[in-house]
Design a protein around this ligand. Structure first.
Ligand code: GNR
Ligand code: NI
Length: 173
């Protein structure tokens, strides 16, 4: 297992649509391990492959409450939203690729998602609460979309400039 570097916005790779995973093999299982390790280390509740510069449709997440004794790691391969509730919900979102910036985003309260698991089996599940917000945020990453794309242009620009400055400082040290 290995920690991977997380790309910071702005980066052209975070704006690309990812390619479907064509086979579930040991390389992919190792990638899932690395993604979970990187997500827990950050720490974050989700991580999409393009955030570590892997341009494949795959994400990991664990939105279990911190008080929960057992972690609930999930790995979703080629996930697709097959149903969204009309009801919407506002959540203050953050992103490991946009460190320390938070903003309210409105999304469907519940979604039903189908995906392939690490055994190659088809799965389908309905998500609500933080899980619903997180899985939509992660699937957006697979389509080259960031939570700041939902904000007004001025606010988005302000955040992007802060990130450009942060990246310059990171490059100097
Ligand atoms: O760790 C994360 N927290 C979070 C909080 C609210 C809504 C979405 C998220 S996902 C984020 C990790 C991340 O950037 N995943 O892509
Ligand atoms: Ni994110």
């Amino acid at each position: 297992m290995a920690l991977r570097n997380i790309l910071i916005h702005p980066d052209p790779r975070l704006k690309k649509v990812t390619a479907p995973v064509s086979s579930v093999n040991d390389d992919l299982r190792r990638l899932a391990d690395d993604m979970l390790e990187t997500m827990y280390d950050a720490p974050g509740i989700g991580l999409a492959a393009p955030q570590i510069a892997v341009m494949s449709r795959m994400l990991v997440m664990d939105c279990a409450k911190e008080e929960a004794a057992t972690p609930e790691p999930m790995v979703l391969i080629n996930p697709e939203i097959v149903w969204s509730s009309d009801e919407r919900n506002v959540y203050e979102e953050g992103c490991l690729s946009i460190p320390e910036q938070y903003a309210e985003v409105e999304r469907p309260t519940e979604v039903e998602v189908k995906w392939t698991d690490l055994n190659g089996a088809s799965k389908r599940e309905r998500f609500d609460g933080l899980w619903a917000t997180c899985v939509q945020h992660e699937i957006d990453h697979l389509d080259g979309k960031l939570f700041i794309d939902y904000l007004k242009p001025l606010k988005r620009q302000m955040i992007t400039r802060k990130m450009q400055k942060l990246k310059r400082e990171m490059a100097r040290s």
